[in-house]
Design a protein around this ligand. Structure first.
Ligand SMILES: Nc1ncnc2c1ncn2[C@@H]1O[C@H](COP(=O)(O)OP(=O)(O)O)[C@@H](O)[C@H]1O
Ligand SMILES: [Mg+2]
Length: 236
């Protein structure tokens, strides 16, 4: 079992979109995924409601600080990967979610990087390391990258983050109609109608590369084995 949290204290950074993409891709490739929707705006929950059932995927709504750990305890025997979607605010819930994560993904828009929201998450992670000895692996994923963004601007963002020793995934999440429209259509990217939504195949390839890169960063056995290393015993 593994816990992945998407965090950036800035709203609109692309957290919820990236949660949806990773969750559907991991579910498609056979992982049992539970999304914990801790954003009161409930975007993922609304999407899931209109989606009908999706193999290997469930969503728990209205997750709060008080309920978060209980949801994980109750569902860990039937979940390979929990994905937490947080609101775009600084809160004790953020600290708690980071503290129980195996990997934290920080979405940052590649063009006008809002460094502050990402920096706040990095500060939280540094605090958890310093005060509690909890080292949590983390990466930045560039989001909403589009053809209009010059390679130079992107490179500057990557260089800046790397100079602070922050890992930046090689695969950015592109700006795509498919990634926006999926919230209206429901279901998965793969199920989108290619006649109505442009470049579904490119969108799918993007998601595949993103998920594969992240999976390679997780300890190999964690996602698939159902073994809970933190608590030191095998899930039922
Ligand atoms: N890769 C993308 N391609 C197209 N639109 C995107 C992409 N990522 C985010 N958006 C759009 O940007 C807005 C904010 O994204 P969202 O994922 O809700 O961010 P957050 O959860 O960080 O607030 C939404 O309208 C969403 O549809
Ligand atoms: Mg969101």
């Amino acid at each position: 079992m593994t816990v992945i949290t998407f965090a950036n204290t800035k709203g609109g950074a692309g957290k919820t979109t990236a949660v949806l993409l990773l969750a559907t891709e991991l579910a498609r490739t056979g992982h049992r995924v539970t999304v914990l929707d801790a954003d009161p705006q409930l975007w993922i929950s609304h999407w899931f409601e209109i989606s009908g059932s999706i193999n290997n995927l469930s969503v728990i709504s209205n997750v709060t600080m008080a309920s978060l750990e209980g949801h994980i305890r109750e569902n860990r025997s039937n979940t390979d990967c929990f994905i937490i979607d947080l609101p775009g605010t600084k809160s004790p819930l953020l600290t708690m979610a980071l503290g129980i994560s195996d990997h934290v993904l920080i979405p940052v828009q590649g063009s006008a990087m809002d460094a502050r929201g990402a920096a706040e998450v990095l500060d939280h992670l540094a605090f958890l390391d310093l005060k509690m000895g909890r080292k949590i692996d983390h990466s930045v994923v560039l989001t909403r990258v589009n053809a209009m963004v010059s390679t130079r601007a992107l490179l500057q963002v990557k260089t800046l983050l790397e100079s602070r020793n922050v890992r930046v995934l090689n695969t950015p999440i592109a700006e795509r109609a498919a990634f926006r429209d999926i919230f209206d259509h429901g279901g998965t990217i793969a199920a989108l109608d290619c006649q109505k939504v442009s470049n579904v195949d490119k969108a799918l390839e993007n998601v595949r590369l993103f998920a594969a890169e992240l999976l390679a960063l997780l300890p190999a056995r964690v996602v698939r084995s159902g073994r809970d290393f933190r608590f030191g015993r095998r899930a039922a």
